[in-house]
Design a protein around this ligand. Structure first.
Ligand SMILES: O=C(O)CCC(=O)C(=O)O
Length: 285
């Protein structure tokens, strides 16, 4: 696959979202998964050493180990346990595995087919381990622009949501409101979601439009735009719904994140500006 075809581009521009299957071969996300596995292992050992965890669950696979660890402790929300266990497992992870996915040629080809050959990996990105029945990782309706400075309003962003395990309705996939990217930026209020920990849009302010559940098989991606209204549903499975959300834009346009650098992943105009590896990326900080 080299980018999106015209039918896919038409759907994405009209509906504000697009599901694309078979984008990233599973072996190409394996380095990131191995890094996460390694971090889970180290964190579990630290929690065990400090007496906060009795069993390491070493034989559990990637998608279940963290969930089993959390289930096994009496108060998993105790902050020193949470700090130890989730250290390096959420948010803006900067590793070789993350760099490899962010700069994956199949992903950049999709971006190029939408915004051309000048491509910035946007500074706003996340890795998310969404645990079973965990309120604080259920994200309420929002637009990504609601989390950015207003100068990014006219920046066309290609936002990717990429599962690291198959994402299903049961384990907490994304939902989008079709066509909602054509709405203006809607007021975002604090304290929404079942954990009251996110900024989002109250139900009464949602525009009309079909609410579409978006399961994504491993290797697939969900694309949205910065005004597409979306949320994630609760994880009622027995495993962790690991995912990444990444954004791409034209480096000449405002990112809405002043002071936080993204990095250039492709450029015809200034090829020497491209970050070729993790070291080049880290050098920007
Ligand atoms: O992964 C999730 O649960 C939510 C992701 C999200 O809201 C986003 O990428 O903006």
């Amino acid at each position: 696959m080299r980018g999106l075809n015209s039918e896919q581009i038409g759907f994405y521009k009209d509906q504000g979202y697009l599901l694309v299957e078979d984008v990233i071969p599973v072996e190409d996300i394996q380095l990131l998964i191995s890094e996460l596995n390694e971090t889970v292992d180290q964190n579990a050992r630290k929690a065990q050493a400090s007496g906060e965890l009795s069993e390491l669950f070493e034989d559990e696979p990637f998608e279940r180990r963290l969930a089993r660890i959390v289930e096994s402790v009496t108060d998993p929300s105790e902050s020193s346990f949470t700090d130890t266990l989730f250290d390096g497992l959420h948010g803006k992870l900067k590793t070789n595995g993350m760099f490899a996915v962010m700069t994956h040629p199949a992903i950049l080809d999709i971006v190029e087919s939408l915004i051309g050959p000048e491509i910035l990996v946007h500074p706003q990105f996340n890795i998310r381990p969404k645990l079973p029945n965990q309120d604080t990782s259920v994200v309420p309706w929002h637009q990504d622009l609601g989390y950015l400075q207003a100068d990014a309003t006219n920046t066309f962003m290609v936002n990717f949501w990429i599962p690291l395990v198959e994402a299903t309705v049961e384990n907490g996939c994304m939902e989008v409101i079709a066509g909602s990217h054509k709405a203006p930026l809607i007021n975002h209020v604090l304290g929404l979601g079942p954990g009251a920990n996110f900024k989002g849009i109250v139900d009464d302010a949602l525009p009309d439009g079909e609410q579409v559940q978006c399961p994504v098989p491993l290797g697939g991606v969900l694309l949205i735009q910065h005004k597409t209204i979306h949320r994630s549903v609760p994880n009622h499975s027995d495993h962790v719904r690991w995912s990444l959300d990444l954004r791409y834009s034209d480096p000449r346009m405002p990112t809405g994140r002043d002071g936080v650098p993204g990095f250039i992943a492709r450029s015809q105009a200034e090829p020497t500006s491209v970050a070729n590896n993790l070291t080049d990326w880290l050098r920007l900080f």
